[in-house]
Design a protein around this ligand. Structure first.
Ligand SMILES: *Cc1c(COP(=O)(O)O)cnc(C)c1O
Length: 411
């Protein structure tokens, strides 16, 4: 396997050292093949929001397993999860299930273009929307940069229609719309960034994008693959009270099995085949096991107190970390919303990817290694958000903070 892994960040390249090979996961913990236990703040990159291997999710999976692993035909389970998503997420009136966040984002891009008849899109520097060609562009320096591909194998012609702007910069977006009249299909973004570290939207940013897109007949798309059902049960759009036209989902919605989804306004979703002419399909889409893990996970999440718990333990973790950093003389900034958090080894504030890049990566690598040695598994990159779950207890946070004090005192 290239790099010994099935997905790049897992290889620990940005922090150095060897990746940890997991054997099993349960609740807030992971065990490696040597039997070492870790408090896990990656949570399979988001899906494990109820805690790993939740007994109720596992029980439901066992029951469905007896009925078969794949139907390739409609099932009642899809309808149940679709109704739950439509009830929960303000923008979603119709939904299509796929198998990953990448698939959701590449499909929604086709839909944006099909619906508007326009080809250009706007994305933000540091936002990740899966590994489809058109999204593999990071901004260059200037305010408004034409997209150049990030990876060999992505044709320039593919990314020529991908315009980029710095996150939290409404003026840059206005310039792009002015320079490309009637050509921009829409704007896609992470409503809270998690793929450049944790970067929340400035006050007025999401509302400003809603206004600009409406003014220009373009669509607003929230990529809630990470934030959906995590920032709140209705996602970032519910939390911030801004309703996009379309939304992509993944991670939590599959409860640890491979699921993605895209949905939104009925008139737009009606373009998707077979209701409409925009083709998109999937052999395993709506898989009964995957739907079941999603349904059970959402059922657990909507029990009273879930988000209050996530909010409380996560705040305690991040505020504790920042306090300890200050006491031990390290510049740091960070924050959290519900069960999503991040911190940077830089004074801050961090409003966009450029700001985030000022952080001390060497210090982060040493911190990461020290925490690992003390049984705390953090995302192996300064540019990834962290996640807590319903299974994380105050005692877990206390142990984590103790480890952090130990490590930061020695750096
Ligand atoms: C993880 C992620 C994706 C890609 O999802 P995969 O399931 O890894 O393909 C897309 N967008 C965002 C915001 C993500 O966090």
């Amino acid at each position: 396997m290239p790099g010994g892994v099935s997905s790049p960040v897992r290889a620990f390249k940005s922090v150095g050292g060897q990746p940890i090979v997991f054997d099993r996961v349960q609740g807030a913990y992971a065990w490696d093949v040597d039997g070492n236990q870790y408090i896990d703040y990656v949570g399979s990159w988001g899906p494990a929001i109820c805690g790993h291997s939740h007994p109720e999710v596992n029980k439901a999976l066992h029951e469905v397993l007896e009925k078969g692993t794949s139907f390739g035909a409609p099932s009642a389970l899809e309808n149940i999860l679709a109704e739950m998503v439509i009830d929960a997420v303000p923008s979603v009136e119709m939904v299509r299930f796929v198998n990953s966040g990448t698939e959701a984002c590449m499909s929604v891009l086709r839909l944006m273009r099909a619906f508007t008849g326009r080809e250009k899109i706007v994305k933000f520097e540091g936002c990740y929307h899966g590994h489809a060609d058109m999204f593999l562009v990071k901004a260059g320096s200037g305010v408004a940069t034409l997209g150049l591909p990030d990876s060999p194998g992505v044709p320039k012609s593919t990314t020529a229609n991908t315009l980029t702007a710095p996150y939290n910069d409404l003026d840059a977006v206005k310039v792009l719309f002015a320079e490309n009249p009637d050509q921009i299909a829409g704007v896609i973004l992470e409503p809270v960034v998690g793929n450049a570290g944790f970067i929340p939207p400035d006050a007025g940013f999401l509302a400003g994008l809603r206004e600009i897109t409406q003014e220009h007949g373009a669509l607003l798309v929230f990529d809630e693959v990470m934030t959906g059902f995590r920032i709140s049960y209705g996602g970032a759009q519910q939390k911030f009270g801004i309703t996009p036209d379309l939304t992509t989902m993944g991670k939590v919605i599959g409860g640890g099995l491979p699921v993605g989804a895209y949905g939104g306004r009925r008139d737009i979703m009606a373009m998707v085949a077979p209701a409409g002419p925009m083709y998109q399909a999937g052999t395993l889409s709506g898989n009964p096991l995957a739907m079941t893990a999603g349904i059970k996970t959402l059922e657990l999440l909507r029990q009273p107190g879930s988000y209050e718990h996530l909010d409380r333990v996560t705040k305690k973790l991040v505020e504790g970390l920042l306090q300890i950093a200050q006491e031990t003389g390290h510049a740091a900034c960070g924050g959290s919303i519900s069960g999503m958090f991040g911190f940077f080894f830089t004074e801050g504030p961090v409003h966009n990817y450029e700001d985030a890049k000022k952080c001390d990566l060497t210090k982060f690598s040493r911190f990461h290694r020290g925490m690992l040695e003390r049984g705390v598994y953090l995302a192996p990159s300064q540019f990834e958000a962290g996640f807590t779950s319903l299974a994380h207890t105050d005692a877990d946070i206390d142990r984590t903070l103790e480890a952090a004090r130990d490590v930061l005192s020695s750096l």
